[in-house]
Design a binder for this molecule. Sequence first.
Ligand code: ZN
Length: 248
Amino acid sequence: MKLFFGIAFFGLCVLSGFSQAKTFRVLAFYSTNVEQDHVDFAMQAIPFFQSMAERDHFTFLATSNWNDLNPATLKDYQVVLWLNEFPATQAQRKAFADYMEHGGAWMGFHVSGWMDSRETWPWFADFLGTMFSGNSWPPMPATLMIDDRSHPATRGMPKSFVSPDNEWYSWQPSPRNNPDIKVLITLAPSNYPLGFKDTLGGGDVPVAWTNKKYKMVYTNMGHGARILSDETQNRFFENALLWLGGRN
Ligand code: ZN
């Protein structure tokens, strides 16, 4: 009898499409011929997201072939990650823009948001909501402040935490000035001056945000081998990906 009820309950869950069981497919793009610290991040991020996929019941695949940014491949995935690079060809860029304009989701790390001229790809500049302006060096830890702890990507996180060694970028203008952008996490003023060779002297420097016109999260963390060593920060990556996958 117990078994019967167990089976019946399981069947009910399947039929009712329990939101917990809602699954999604993630395709992560990475490169191995880029800056070593960026390769190191990708090599850690891939098993990190594979473990997350098992725990949270979604499908995760990684590819270093950026030509997989094409309509036929993208239609099978609900979320795309750029771990350590960005598309180089017009065809890849167009496929990605079409995907995002039609309900696709994206999480980009660190150098994936780097572009030093708007002319390179104007659509992406509008999508990201800002432009790269400068960077700190060497990689250092930094105190980060959560701007909105009620957002699904930051829910349950403390007001601030120390993020492991990273190369931090600054942006011009601040994404916060863009009405389409919701800033999620910002460098705390106590970090400044940040860096020795290249120094961020101050100002408003968001490190994670979403463009409300899309299903997207950009996060500046993603340089080097220590990014995934902090539980709090990892919770943000997990929350953000589950949100993009439609879990919240
Ligand atoms: Zn970097």
